[in-house]
Design a protein. Structure first.
Length: 248
């Protein structure tokens, strides 16, 4: 099955209004490559509204949100609020959230379901630690994470993507071998089909972890790699656009 690739940038806790020019440069390239590749930037929540207004039609995403639709949750943001601010997708379950904010699979699943309820597309992250890979447990750990954090309702091929992000590859410059990426993406594809039937064939599986212009083409050539979630190399359009072009 052919799936158009999605390249999403995750700015993490970087970026202010001084960086909107980077968003504009990426949006301009995305417009040029429309139909060949889907592109999104997941900016800090504080920048979503300004970014969405600056580049209408371009996909601005969030990086996380609360699983409740509203309520007494000081400092938190609901999916509907992100949507109202101009986001059309959100990341959930990033390993930095799972680790620093103790988010388990049940919380990630609840967030994914909340995002879909509020018409945000969802990029759901899974990935193993260094110790788990060294122990030969990567496939078991990551497929179990997917099973336990996949939304029980509302997911379609159009509104859900999975990001396989080995924790040890994030921000380290280390990347798994293409054989290891292929093995993991094939296992995730099987699980998606088991859980979602035909829709599981269409759900995009992104790879994330130290993707750069110099390694993107090789990674995108791997079967079942349907794009990338990019951290550090998404902050500057000059670094991000070679990745987008490799996907197109
Ligand atoms: C990420 O944090 O999602 C990520 C993939 O980061 P980097 O590209 O910097 O490894």
């Amino acid at each position: 099955m052919s799936r158009r690739k999605l390249v999403a940038g995750n700015w993490k806790m970087h970026g202010t209004s001084a960086d909107l020019g980077e968003v504009a440069a990426v949006a301009e390239a995305a417009r040029r490559l429309e139909g060949k590749v889907d592109v999104a930037l997941c900016v800090p929540a504080t920048l979503i509204h300004r970014a969405a207004e600056a580049v209408p039609g371009f996909t601005i995403g969030a990086q996380d949100m609360h699983m409740a639709d509203k309520g007494a949750h000081t400092g938190d943001i609901a999916a509907a609020m992100l949507h109202d601010a101009g986001a059309s997708l959100t990341i959930v379950g990033h390993s930095e959230r799972r680790d620093a904010h103790r988010e388990d699979d049940a919380a990630v699943r609840a967030k994914a379901e909340a995002g879909l309820r509020s018409v945000l597309d969802v990029i759901l992250c899974v990935g193993e630690s260094d110790a788990e890979r060294e122990a030969g447990r990567a496939l078991e750990v990551v497929t179990a994470q997917l099973r336990a954090s996949l939304p029980r309702e509302g997911a379609t091929a159009a509104n859900l993507a999975i990001a396989y992000e080995p924790i040890w590859a994030i921000g380290t410059g280390k990347v798994p071998s293409t054989d290891d990426i292929a093995e993991m993406h094939a296992a995730l594809r099987r699980k998606l089909i088991e859980a979602l039937g035909d829709a599981g064939e269409g759900v995009r599986i992104l790879y994330g972890g130290s993707v750069k212009g110099s390694n993107a083409a090789e990674i995108f050539a791997v079967a079942d790699v349907d794009g990338a979630l990019v951290g550090g190399a998404s902050l500057k359009a000059a670094d991000f656009l070679p990745i987008v072009e490799a996907a197109a």
